[in-house]
Design a binder for this molecule. Structure first.
Ligand code: UDX
Length: 445
């Protein structure tokens, strides 16, 4: 059994709380520090600031080992200080490290060795900058380690406790070894490397995953043109052990808090050193176009969209989260509104508020589709698997489903009386619809 250590966490956001909760689960003492009083008060009262499965249980189960504080002085006893603060991009694409600098300003002055561990995703070269800043502040007792997170929303706790690998980049061997020891109860390969390479592993892994998504989305677009089905194609391709089945789901493009931001950061990082990262630039562009293709699909069936009612089903950037950051639904809603369409939006958990100004939020799927000329599946929520029902068909003005996630079975959907169009699959025109009884009553929306 590994020795229990004291771990300080800067930032009670999503990464900070998953990191703190999971280290407590591994038996360590954890002190989570944030500068927002309301957030600390809520956590002390046992309230979660966001939706992440399993995290409330982990935090509750390890209550005795986790403290929440506003006072950075409480971190004096910590052996390792995990930096989990925001590092948003600036106009130049460089990371805004101001939250990191304030964490350094707040570091308690102690004699013992402490290690600052960067969890936040940062451009390559950040470690060098932080090391210089530590020296400038006379914090020679503080080492620096890059230990990027590979957590996906919706299963972050599992990703932390059962990772594919743990990446540790250090300037000094003893600091790397200290951080590795914190994870000793986890059986996963550990990659010990230099700081710049650790920083690059995170950016490269994300870029590769995005490349797979844009690749399969382009294959999907070609499938539509040549009469193949991308779901079948992805399955056949993914069985090749050299390729693997992951991240080959064609759809309406990636979103979220990481991919869009990190891809731009890597592209800028390359161009700052005079290198044009062509492949990544194409990956980003394909993703932008992919979101907009839904509009063309709607136009193909409905002609001009002015005055047409379109239901957007699912708003979060993926299922299992209420996160709307860089969600394709936001681009879709504003494009539709710009075309003069009426937008009804539904999501089981996400609440877009001002982000989706001009769209009408519905409380239920049925309410959203009533009177609609088309329903677009934007997020792959389980609740939408049963969308192709008689009730929905009868409620819609035109029974057209654009399935942005290939969630439904095309044949079953057509049999149920809908015109169906997925991504990278054969579409059906209204003329080819099977005979279905006329809806007895139309509800105007
Ligand atoms: C991602 C990475 O997986 C994680 O390692 C990193 O630390 C942060 O970014 P996350 O943004 O939570 O995590 O979501 P993920 O499940 O990876 O999906 C990202 C986006 O890609 C979503 O919009 C999703 O819908 C899309 N996606 C994913 C596809 O379109 N097709 C796929 O096959 C997989």
């Amino acid at each position: 059994m590994a020795e229990s250590q004291t771990i300080g966490v800067f930032g009670a956001g999503w990464v900070g709380l998953v990191t703190g909760g999971c280290f407590a689960e591994l038996g360590h003492e954890v002190i989570v520090r944030d500068v927002v009083p309301d957030r600390i008060a809520a956590l002390q009262a046992g309230r979660m600031p966001f939706h992440e499965p399993d995290l409330p249980d982990v935090l509750a189960r390890n209550r005795e080992r986790i403290r929440y504080t506003l006072d950075a002085g409480d971190l004096a006893d910590a052996d390792a200080l995990f930096v989990c603060v925001q590092t948003p991009p600036t106009y130049s694409g460089d990371a805004d490290l101001s939250f990191v600098w304030s964490a350094l300003d707040d570091l308690p002055r102690v004699d013992r060795r402490q290690v600052l561990v960067m969890k936040s995703t940062v451009p390559v070269g950040t470690g060098e900058k932080v090391r210089a800043a530590l020296e400038a502040r006379g914090l020679t007792n503080v080492g620096y380690v890059s230990n990027p997170e590979f957590l996906a929303e919706g299963h972050a706790v599992r990703d932390f406790l059962a990772p594919d690998r743990i990446v540790i980049g250090a300037f000094a061997d003893e600091d790397g070894a200290g951080v590795e020891a914190l994870y000793s109860r986890i059986a996963a390969p550990v990659v010990r490397t230099d700081v710049a390479s650790a920083e690059m592993i995170k950016l490269a892994a994300n870029a590769f995953l995005m490349t797979r998504i844009s690749f399969i989305n382009e294959i999907a677009n070609v499938c539509e043109a040549v009469g193949a089905d991308v779901v079948e194609v992805a399955q056949g391709v993914g069985l090749d052990h050299r390729l693997g089945p992951h991240f080959l789901r064609a759809g309406i493009g990636y979103g979220g808090s990481c991919f869009p931001k990190d891809s731009l950061a890597l592209k800028q990082l390359a161009s700052n050193s005079g290198y044009h990262f062509q492949l990544l630039a194409a990956v980003i562009e394909v993703n932008e176009l992919q979101k907009r293709r839904v509009i063309q699909k709607l136009q193909k069936h409905l002609g001009r969209l002015r005055g047409k009612k379109v239901a957007l089903l699912g708003l979060a950037f993926k299922a299992g989260t209420d996160d709307m950051r860089e969600a394709p639904s936001l681009v879709l809603a504003s494009r539709l509104l710009a075309e003069g369409a009426e937008v009804r939006a539904w999501d089981p958990v996400a609440r877009p508020g001002e982000l989706m100004k001009g769209a009408v939020l519905s409380d239920s799927v049925l309410e959203a589709v009533t009177g609609a000329d088309a329903a677009v599946i934007v997020t792959e929520w389980d609740e939408l698997r049963g969308l192709a029902s008689a009730e929905v068909r009868d409620a819609m003005t035109r029974p057209l489903i654009i399935d942005g996630r290939n969630l439904l079975d095309p044949e079953e959907t057509r049999r149920a009386g809908f015109a169906y169009e997925g991504i990278g699959r054969q579409s059906s025109a209204f003329e080819s619809l099977p005979e279905t009884p006329e809806p007895s009553e139309r509800v105007s929306g």
